[in-house]
Design a binder for this molecule. Structure first.
Ligand code: NOJ
Ligand code: CA
Length: 573
C-alpha cells in the first residue's frame, strides 16, 4: 500500500451544536471548538471531523445546507472557521468538514429558484417528476419515513424527490452543471487549508429512475427501494470525477458514508486509485443488546459483532483502509448499545474500544466517548426533538407496538442520545453553556464529566489517552496501520482477539466479554510461553499484572490486553 499522510489518522468527531457554547445562546459554536482544541490535542487526535456548520434552517441539524460557502451565524463566521483551521494546524490537527451533497435544504437559493421555474436551469439541479394516477411518481419511501416524493406547491401534478426529510430535496447528479458547481465548492474550501471531507450519504448520489411501483415492504404501501437509490451502477463515475476534479489536487482525506462495500468493489472504492481515501466500517452498527432480535443474548451479539468485524476486514483484504469507529452522531452511545445494564463496569467499558481500535484502518472517536458519556432515556416523546426519531416512533406504532413499547425502543436506540451536550465539568449545564442548552444535558454530568476524569489518573479519559498513545507510538504505529491481521480464538465464545504482525512487531490484542474468568491455552492464540515471558504489556484494564503461567493465560472478567510479543520469534512474518 502506498503510504499517505492520512494513514496515521486518529480522528475526533465533533457535533458542533453540542460541543461547547461560548456566547450563552445554548448552541455550541466554532469558538467553542477553538477553546477545547487543547483537550483534543491531549487525547492525541490529529484530525477533527466537524459535522456541518454551513448556513441551515436546521431541520436536520445542519444536514440541510442552504449555502455551501458560508458558516451558519449560530456557529460563528467565516473568520472563526479560518481561525479554527489555523489554530488546529498549530497543534498538528487537520479539519475535515462534512460535505452534504446528496441533497440541499429546501431553503437553498437553488431550490427556491427551482420551485419558481422547475423546467429552467435550477430545476435541473433537483429531481422533479410528474405524478402518476393522481399520486406521486412511484411508491419509494424516504429513508426518514413517508413518501420520498413531495408535491410542488402550486403545481397541478409535479413532485420533487427527497430521500431524507421533505426539507432536504435531492440534488440531480446527472446534471454536469451541478456536479461542476459542487467541485468548485470543494476546491474553494480546500484552498482555505482543510484536511478534507467526510462525505454524507454519498452512496445515494446515483438513482435508478425506474418508475414502476415496487412491492410494498410495509403497511404504508411504500418501499424503501435501496436497490434503486444506493450504490446504483454508474455511481463510481460521479465519485471518480469528484475525486479527480475536487479532492486529488489538494491531497484531501475523504471518508465516505458508504455501507455494504462488495468484495469486487473494494479497489474502486478505497483502493490506491479508488474514489475515497476510506469509508466507515458500519459492521457494528446493527448491534444493540436491547434490540429484540438478540433476545438478551449478549454473548451471541458480541460474537456476531466480532465475526462481522473480521468479515469486513477480509473483504478489504489489505487493499485499502477502513475507518474504524464505535460512536457517531447517528448512533446511541456504545456503552448502552453493547453492554446490558448489569454488565456495565469499569472493566467492560474499557474493553469495548479495544475491540476495534487496533484493527487495520484509521480510527475515529466521537465527542464524549472518551469520558464514557451515556444515553439519556426520556420519559416522553416530547423530549425528543429529532424529526426522524419521531418518524421512527410513528413507524413502531404502525407496526402495532404500544406507546410504552415504542418509547422503550426509541429510548434504547435513538441517535439523539449522542447529541446531548458535552459534559465538561460539574457546574450547571456541565460547563457546556451559561444559557439554556438547546437540548437537555444528561443529569449524570454531576459525576460523569471531563474535569473530574482529568484529575483522576485511573479514569476512562486517561485510558483513552493511553489507547491513542499506544496506537500512535512511533515503533508500533506502522504495524497497526499496515501490519497483517490474523484473527485469533474465533471459536471461543465471548473472546475477540487478533494479532497484528509485520517484520518489526507481533502484537496480540485480546478482549473478553465474559463476566467470568476464562482459561486460554496460549498455544490457541499462537503465543508460546517464551513469547509471553519476554513480552511487553502495552495496555490493559486491570491494576494487577495479567495472569499467565505454565502456557496458560487466565483472562479475568471483561479483561482486555494489548501485548507486544517478545523473544526471538518476534516479528517473524
Ligand atoms: C447521514 C447523517 O450522518 C445524518 O445525520 C443525516 O441525517 C443524514 N445523512 C441526511 O443527511
Ligand atoms: Ca453559541
Amino acid at each position: 500500500m502506498k503510504k499517505q499522510w492520512w494513514h496515521r489518522t486518529v480522528g475526533y468527531q465533533i457535533y458542533p451544536k453540542s460541543f461547547q457554547d461560548t456566547n450563552g445562546d445554548g448552541i455550541g459554536d466554532l469558538q467553542g471548538v477553538i477553546r477545547r482544541l487543547d483537550k483534543i490535542a491531549a487525547l492525541g487526535a490529529n484530525v477533527i471531523w466537524l459535522c456541518p456548520v454551513f448556513p441551515s434552517p436546521m431541520v436536520d441539524n445542519g444536514y440541510d445546507v442552504s449555502d455551501y460557502m458560508d458558516i451558519d451565524p449560530c456557529f460563528g463566521s467565516m473568520e472563526d472557521m479560518k481561525e479554527l483551521i489555523a489554530k488546529a494546524k498549530e497543534k498538528g490537527i487537520r479539519i475535515l468538514m462534512d460535505l452534504v451533497a446528496n441533497h440541499s435544504s429546501d431553503q437553498h437559493e437553488w431550490f427556491q429558484k427551482a420551485l419558481r421555474d422547475p423546467y429552467g436551469k435550477y430545476g435541473n439541479y433537483y429531481v422533479f417528476r410528474e405524478g402518476r394516477a393522481g399520486g406521486p411518481p412511484n411508491n419509494w419511501r424516504s429513508i426518514f419515513g413517508g413518501s420520498a416524493w413531495e408535491k410542488v406547491p402550486g403545481r397541478e401534478n409535479l413532485y420533487y424527490l427527497h430521500l431524507f426529510t421533505k426539507q432536504q430535496p435531492d440534488l440531480n447528479w446527472e446534471n454536469p452543471e451541478l456536479r461542476e458547481e459542487i467541485c468548485r465548492i470543494i476546491r474553494e474550501w480546500m484552498e482555505l487549508g482543510l484536511g478534507g471531507f467526510r462525505l454524507d450519504a454519498i452512496s445515494h448520489l446515483k438513482k435508478n429512475y425506474d418508475y414502476e411501483d415496487l412491492p410494498a415492504d410495509g403497511p404504508d404501501g411504500l418501499c424503501l427501494a435501496f436497490d434503486h437509490i444506493n450504490n446504483v451502477k454508474g455511481l463510481s463515475d460521479f465519485l471518480l470525477e469528484l475525486k479527480e476534479k475536487a479532492f486529488a489536487p489538494s491531497d484531501a482525506l475523504t471518508i465516505g458514508e458508504y455501507d455494504n462495500m462488495k468484495p469486487e468493489d473494494v479497489e474502486a472504492v478505497i483502493g490506491e486509485n479508488g474514489s475515497f481515501s476510506s469509508v466507515f466500517d458500519f459492521s457494528h452498527t446493527h448491534h444493540n443488546v436491547y434490540y429484540p432480535e438478540w433476545n438478551g443474548d449478549t454473548l451471541g451479539m458480541f460474537n456476531d459483532y466480532r465475526d462481522k468485524l473480521f468479515e469486513a476486514q477480509k473483504v478489504v483484504d489489505g487493499r485499502g483502509l477502513l475507518c474504524n469507529f464505535l460512536e457517531n452522531h447517528d448512533k446511541n452511545r456504545c456503552i448502552d448499545r453493547f453492554l446490558a445494564k448489569e454488565d456495565r463496569n469499569p472493566h467492560s467499558i474499557r474493553m469495548l474500544p479495544v475491540t476495534n481500535f487496533f484493527l487495520p484502518g484509521i480510527v475515529f472517536l466521537y465527542q464524549g466517548q472518551e469520558i464514557g458519556m451515556r444515553d439519556f432515556p426520556k420519559k416522553s416523546m416530547d423530549e425528543y426533538v429529532d424529526a426522524p426519531t419521531h418518524a421512527e416512533y410513528e413507524e413502531f406504532l404502525k407496526k402495532g407496538l404500544t406507546p410504552e413499547e415504542a418509547l422503550f425502543r426509541i429510548n434504547s436506540n435513538s441517535r439523539e442520545h449522542s447529541r446531548t451536550p458535552m459534559q465538561w465539568d460539574g457546574s450547571e449545564n456541565a460547563g457546556f453553556t451559561t444559557g439554556t442548552p438547546w437540548f437537555a444535558v444528561n443529569p449524570n454530568y454531576t459525576w460523569l464529566n471531563y474535569e473530574a476524569q482529568e484529575k483522576d489518573p485511573d479514569s476512562l479519559l486517561h485510558f483513552y489517552r493511553k489507547l491513542v498513545s499506544v496506537r500512535r507510538r512511533p515503533d508500533l504505529e506502522e504495524t497497526f496501520i499496515y501490519g497483517r491481521l490474523i484473527p485469533r480464538l474465533q471459536d471461543r465464545s465471548g473472546i475477540l482477539a487478533y494479532e497484528r504482525r509485520d517484520e518489526r512487531n507481533r502484537i496480540l490484542v485480546v478482549t473478553s466479554a465474559l463476566s467470568e474468568e476464562m482459561r486460554l491455552p496460549l498455544a490457541e492464540a499462537d503465543a508460546t510461553e517464551a513469547l509471553m515471558n519476554e513480552s511487553e504489556l502495552l495496555l490493559d484494564n486491570y491494576e494487577t499484572a495479567p495472569l499467565f503461567e505454565k502456557g496458560e493465560l487466565t483472562l479475568r472478567p471483561w479483561e482486555c490486553l494489548v501485548i507486544r510479543l517478545g523473544g526471538k520469534e518476534r516479528g517473524t512474518d
